[in-house]
Design a protein around this ligand. Structure first.
Ligand code: C2O
Ligand code: CU
Length: 530
């Protein structure tokens, strides 16, 4: 094992939930900056704040749709600002950055096929809330400290509105993006994507939800209105004064010891004894959640990243890597008058307080949700072998070896699928941890996962698969995805129809520390084969 790999193995071990905070605080203490003690979440009272719900944003009139003479679409304006937010009853307000007046930011509640225009206004201060590491690619000294660009994660978006990481802009400027919404209903989310500081901008709070609905979904009579509740999960490291803390020097893994749900620490939600639909997003920089409920309470997973599954799946645990979403139904009817805890392996997250009085439940949980056509492997015109790397590069500090296909960001574009064709991408993980891989602008299906000998591959280039057969996706992954967990020493195959728009996009690892440094690559959808 190389020194780098040994270092990484240790940092990965240290990064597992319970131990991570200590590793992180040691790093903070090693900086030549004043030491502010860390907030121990166990010192905070549990379940004293009600769960906040994101505010639905309203349009400010309409405007001409780009490239569609005569068509008007709703126009929204959302500003990014520095605000102070109460994360817990007993903490002073925390300085954060937001889209609108809260973290998570305003929520778009939209209809499939109804396009919209959003002016994203950067009204942030000129100095960053968090320490910038100028050695990170794209964040060199001389680059404006505060810059932002918005990406709609999971959006089938024309390239000029997709939030290309280098198309950032500074405070005082804005950009108006067009989201055609020509796609199936799903829980999308938007977040910052500025080159070299994505991890910092998102950690500061630049995240929000974008729901797409349609008639077919409405006809299913799933729990809706106040019985449909978004849950945005993330973790943060706080100082004892309640302020955000983040390492001064780039680290491959940053975990907070404080769990937040919709921007609150340990909130509670009063629920009626009936079915609820929870639309869960993992918006953490690097943490993978494994959600669970007490013995006897069950999740039914009805959807994943890009919308509904073919049918509900009963699950006892829900694994969510950064950027993944789960659409979950919980029936509280059998649990009248009790308290139900939502937990993760590392944390207690929140409490549901189930009212004792029975109520009628007109909502449904149909056995069939929607057809998800299976994409035949034979329809793929091309198969690409793409490695996920963590190896030292010549003449570079050891921490600079996280790459996609061993290719730095600046190298010419190598992945050029043709619009209207389907490809298979074989994602071969040579690192020692799970990498959540995301492609902008498209959706895909998972074909399978198969273990292989990563060390042998790195030494000789030979692919030796393990004897075990390839495993199919989990039942709750059998729908349309936009982010896939690629496990260590595993080849994960995904099949991607390149539908939508020609142009330049990116694909990357959604551990945002990795995104910044620099497990991110451009790809280009070509209008036609040349
Ligand atoms: Cu959440 Cu580049 O994406
Ligand atoms: Cu990664």
């Amino acid at each position: 094992m190389t020194t780098r790999r040994r270092f990484l193995r240790q940092s990965v071990i240290a990064a597992t939930a319970a131990i991570a905070p200590r590793a992180f605080s040691q790093i903070i203490r090693s900086q030549a900056t004043p030491v502010v003690p860390t907030l121990d979440p166990n010192s905070l009272a549990r379940f004293v704040d009600p769960l906040p719900l994101p505010v639905v944003v309203q349009p400010q009139g309409d405007r001409a749709a780009p490239g569609k003479p005569g068509e008007r679409v709703p126009f929204y304006r959302v500003s990014m600002r520095a605000i102070a937010s109460k994360l817990h009853r007993d903490l002073p307000p925390t300085k954060v950055w937001s889209y609108g007046d809260s973290v998570p930011g305003v929520m778009f509640d939209t209809q499939s096929g109804q396009g919209l225009l959003v002016e994203w206004a950067n009204e942030l201060p000129l100095n960053h809330l968090l320490p910038i590491d100028y050695s990170v690619h794209g964040a060199e000294r001389g680059t404006p400290e505060v810059r932002s660009v918005v990406h709609l994660h999971g959006g089938k978006t024309p390239p000029e509105s997709a939030g290309y990481p280098e198309e950032w802009y500074v405070p005082g400027q804005s950009r108006t993006y067009y989201y055609p919404n020509q796609q199936d209903p799903a829980l999308l989310w938007y977040h910052d994507h500025a080159m070299g500081i994505t991890r910092l901008n998102v950690y500061a709070g630049l995240i929000g939800l974008h729901v797409i609905r349609d008639q077919a979904e409405q006809h299913l009579q799933l729990p809706n209105g106040k019985y449909e509740v978004p849950l945005v999960l993330c973790d943060r490291h706080l100082n004892i004064d309640g302020q955000l803390s983040y390492p001064h020097a780039w680290m491959p893994a940053v975990f907070g010891e404080v769990p937040l749900v919709n921007g609150k620490i340990f909130p509670y939600l009063e629920v009626e004894p009936r079915k609820y639909r929870f639309r869960v997003l993992n918006a953490a920089n690097g943490r993978t959640y494994r959600l669970s409920l007490p013995e006897g309470v069950e999740f039914r997973q009805i959807g994943t990243d890009q919308g509904l599954l073919p049918r509900p799946v009963a699950v006892t645990q829900v694994l969510l890597a950064p950027a993944e979403r789960a659409d979950l139904v919980i029936d509280f009817a059998p649990h009248r008058g009790t308290r139900v805890l939502l937990s993760d392996d590392a944390f207690k997250l929140m409490e549901f307080r189930v009212n004792a009085t029975p109520v009628p439940d007109p909502s449904a949980l149909p056995a069939k949700l929607r057809a998800v056509p299976h994409i035949a492997e034979s329809s793929a015109v091309k198969t690409r072998w793409l490695t996920l790397n963590d190896e030292p590069r010549k003449g570079m500090p050891a921490s600079m070896g996280m790459l996609l296909n061993k290719t730095p960001w600046k190298m010419p574009i190598t992945e050029k699928p043709v619009l209207g064709t389907t490809e298979i991408w074989e994602l071969a993980n040579l690192t020692e941890e799970v990498q959540p891989i995301h492609l902008h602008a498209v959706r895909f299906q998972i074909l399978d996962r198969r273990r292989f000998d990563a060390s042998e591959y790195m030494e000789s280039g030979k692919v030796r698969y393990s004897k075990e057969p390839a495993s199919p996706p989990d039942p709750n992954e059998m729908g349309w995805k936009d982010t896939v967990r690629v496990n260590a020493s595993t080849v994960t195959r995904i099949i991607i129809p390149f539908e939508g728009y020609a142009g330049r996009y990116v694909w990357h690892c959604h551990n945002l520390e990795h995104t910044d440094h620099e497990m991110i690559r451009p790809y280009e959808v070509l209008a036609s084969a040349s």
